[in-house]
Design a protein around this ligand. Structure first.
Ligand code: ATP
Length: 452
């Protein structure tokens, strides 16, 4: 079977059409590269968050959760290096008034038609690159006075480091142990774009894993594998994932080793998640700037500053990867359908319950009964509106793995059909067995057709 060509435009259009993601502030003309999530987008994000939290916290004994503030003491960002160094080189064009990242000029288009690379037309008038800090500034309190300047966090990691001591004492942990956090981060990106891939407001899922210095390399490799396996488990194709290790010149100031888990997005191979060996950089910096000891004292009296391994990703980049990987178009019985082959534990809706004839009181009542029973345990949707074929196609487009249909025969023998989104096979089940069937089906191992 030939695979459908997946473009970012198709994904944006499906996301919009089916109410996953809307351009933000649309009635005011929109605010570039800012998005709002509709019902199915919210359900999808909830699932991503839950699967991550299960894998990182719930299923383990060595990682605890935290939820720190978005606005932290401004000195946090001095210690972390963000005030001085969290910058991208920026170039302005005096003619077309566009801004470009100096290190990404080869990917940019100038404002003239036909568009070329910035600097390639005789009219282009580029400034010298200057450093632009990506942190959003704000003012705390009513007066804009000295000392009221603060920042929206550009990463969640620092909220973890500054709580190291609290967790060490109160959660009674000893290295190796981790602290995980999910929350919004803000970066004033110079060139946001490619749908949700690069936005100014995004939700990060980060975990800082504190280890004895001698074990850092081993845990760094361990977390690369763990995170890669998480993507495979939730259905991303192996052929579209790769691990790319940064060269020394590419690494951040704090890093002793960084690997990107890259996904082959429609824009090409790009960073989905980063796994970094941050060494003792962060704890050392905060210890110096805050004059607080941030170290581990072993029962035998040995003291050391743990080293840190950090897997960091945004929900947005996972949303795009899941949608791209799941998107398919095919012709079935001379009709085209678009289908999202999402993993059942990621799909916004797990099952639809449909009376074949929406106007049949008997079918409606059976279907509603089944729906009420299932909704207590699963994300299910009831729909009796319109032709059955159209209802199936709607569920295909939002990626619902199964549909239970109540038909004539149900009224005779209390069985329903279950339709499988991927194979389109239908089988009959006693209505009373549906709940258990769905529990099992959801936990069954799942792979995309044709991908081992
Ligand atoms: P890039 O090089 O793409 O700007 P980065 O290396 O600065 O990203 P990190 O600081 O390592 O990114 O951030 C950790 C993770 O946060 C990234 O792997 C990515 O999943 C996510 N992320 C970073 N910036 C954005 C953004 N502007 N929009 C959406 N997700 C982002």
């Amino acid at each position: 079977m030939a695979e459908a060509i997946v473009t970012m435009d198709k994904i944006v259009s499906l996301a919009r059409r089916r109410g996953f993601v809307f351009p933000s502030s649309e009635i005011y003309g929109g605010l570039g590269s800012t998005y709002d999530y509709g019902h199915y987008g919210v359900l999808l994000k909830n699932n991503i968050r839950s699967r991550w939290f299960e894998a990182m916290v719930q299923d383990r004994d060595d990682i605890v959760a935290i939820d720190s503030a978005v606005i932290l003491h401004p000195r946090v960002w001095e210690a972390s290096g963000h005030v001085g160094g969290f910058t991208d080189p920026l170039i302005d064009c005096r003619t077309c008034k566009l801004r470009f990242r100096a290190d990404k000029l080869e990917d940019a288009n100038c404002g003239r038609k036909p568009s070329k690379r910035p600097g390639e037309t005789p009219e282009c008038d580029l400034t010298e690159p200057r450093q632009f800090n990506l942190m959003f500034e704000t003012t705390v309190g009513a007066l804009q006075e000295e000392g009221s300047r603060a920042f929206l966090r550009p990463e969640t990691a620092q909220g973890i480091f500054i709580n190291f001591k609290n967790v060490l004492q109160l959660a009674r942990r000893r290295p190796p142990f981790g602290i995980a956090q999910i929350g919004k981060s803000f970066r004033n990106e110079i060139t946001p774009g490619n749908f949700l891939f690069r936005v100014r407001e995004f939700e990060q899922m980060e975990m800082e894993y504190f280890v004895p210095p001698g074990e850092a390399e081993q845990w760094y490799r361990y977390w690369i594998d763990e995170r890669l396996n998480w993507y495979l488990r939730y259905g991303l194709r192996r052929s579209r994932l790769r691990v790319r290790e940064h060269g020394p010149e590419e690494r951040s100031h704090y890093s002793r080793g960084t690997s990107d888990i890259e996904y082959e997005y429609p824009i090409g191979w790009s960073e989905l998640e980063g796994v970094a060996n941050r060494g003792d950089f962060d704890l050392t910096q905060h210890a110096q700037h805050s004059a607080t000891k941030l170290e581990y004292v072993a029962p035998d009296g040995e003291r050391y500053i743990p080293h840190v391994i950090e897997p960091a990703v945004s929900i947005e980049r996972i949303v795009v990867a899941l949608l791209v990987d799941a998107y398919d178009e095919e012709v079935v019985g001379e009709r085209e359908r678009t289908v999202l082959r999402l993993h059942p534990e990621m799909a916004p809706v797990t099952a639809a319950v449909l009376p074949l004839v929406g106007k049949s009181d008997e079918m409606v009542s059976k279907a509603r009964g089944l729906y009420e029973d299932l909704r207590r345990r699963h994300s299910v949707e009831y729909d009796d509106n319109g032709a059955i074929g159209r209802r199936y196609r709607r569920q295909d487009e939002i990626g619902t793995p199964w549909a239970f249909t109540v038909d004539e025969q149900t009224l005779v023998d209390d069985t329903v059909t279950v339709r499988d989104r991927d194979s389109l096979e239908q089988e009959r089940l006693p209505i009373g067995a549906v709940r258990d069937w769905l529990d099992d089906a959801r936990e069954r191992e799942w792979t995309k057709n044709g991908d081992g």
